[in-house]
Design a protein around this ligand. Sequence first.
Ligand code: GLV
Ligand code: MN
Ligand code: MN
Length: 442
Amino acid sequence: MSQPNLKARESGGLVLDGHAGLRIDGARLIDTLERLGEIGADPAGGVTRLGLSAEEHAARVFLGDLCAAAGLEAETDPAGNLFARRPGTRRAKPVLLVGSHVDTVVQGGRLDGAYGVLAALETLRVLHEHRVSLPVEMVVVAFANEEGALVQTPFWGSRMLCGSLENPLAATDRTGRPVGAYLATAGGAPDRLADVAWPPGSVAAFIELHIEQGPSLERQGVPVGVVEGIVGRTILDIGVTGEAQHAGTTPMADRRDALTAAAEIVLAVRRIAAEDRVCATATTGFIEAAPNVTNTVPGVVRLSAEVRDTDPARQARGEDVVREQCARVAAASSCRVEVTATMRSRPVSTAPALRGVIREAADRLGLPHLTMPSGAGHDAQIVARIAPVGMIFVPSRRGISHAPGEDTGPGDLVNGANVLLQAVLGAQAELGRPDGHDSSPG
Ligand code: GLV
Ligand code: MN
Ligand code: MN
């Protein structure tokens, strides 16, 4: 199977001719976003729809029903990735993959991931309704468990599709419950994971539309971001072991307090990025103390550190410095500190040709755009191992994400989806060759 090159501009007119005025149905997109946001709505605020949970499964069922009502076909692979296609399209050739994820973090927002999936589905619906002939089949994807908030394997679905996850059945949640137990109840098939990876050359290109999740576009008053690169990320699991002792009788000098040692690590992690500028960001987001009672000196603490940068050398240096700081704290506190890297994702660049396609799409719609990096991780950075990728951002109100306050104005959401539709048409024009291939059902 040969992979089309992103060139062939001379064929560009084929798909775009007559379709530059095509638009998504904005009201329908906003309605489906609201309905999907009800699945996993958290009484404490935001949406908790963790990857491979019953809620993520329910979201896939919702997407499947939407597809059926729209005359599209949906199927879920053994890893829990959902794919939507137009019926009757040929499958034995590279496809244009478009989508994102529908899982969230704990008390996340309703747009992170979900917007990119529903806008992709809306795009496919519009193309189907208008019987637009596509030289390259468009497939919508909702990748499973992008966040890794429950089963601790971020980018699970996209890594499975790309065949880059070694020993997937070893993935667990924080209590050790295996991924297989989750898959079995979330529409997956743990005994068929070997079938999930797509063969080399089967993705012609991948486009992901996403909320920015940071403040840049809103601050600059620009409605569209053209992503040039995605940050690399290293996640470290840190175990601090001291000794649980009585809080009233143990002299201060005799304590091996795992929580005060962990507190020093938390501050050191912040310093690495905020003051020493070793890497772009460094964060402790998870911490758990045991036995976690008022009158016992904590004996064991588990915490996370993650470092991010668009430069792989700075990302690696960030990890090294976290490890050095952990060793320093261990020596000073008489606690044992163990550091394990649970994930390293590489920084990636988006494909220049797809950036061009996205800019041209925004230009056709009269929307100003800004070329920018992504500080958040995305499935696109995994798919970049096997195919050219492009990403479109829309503004996030107050730059808030991974929190209940995550929001984007309806006008920006509709604009972004129209950029996606026009970018899909533009990418088709780039990828397609005037050789008679036609994936439309006619
Ligand atoms: C993905 O959501 C990330 O944490 O960047
Ligand atoms: Mn996220
Ligand atoms: Mn996301």
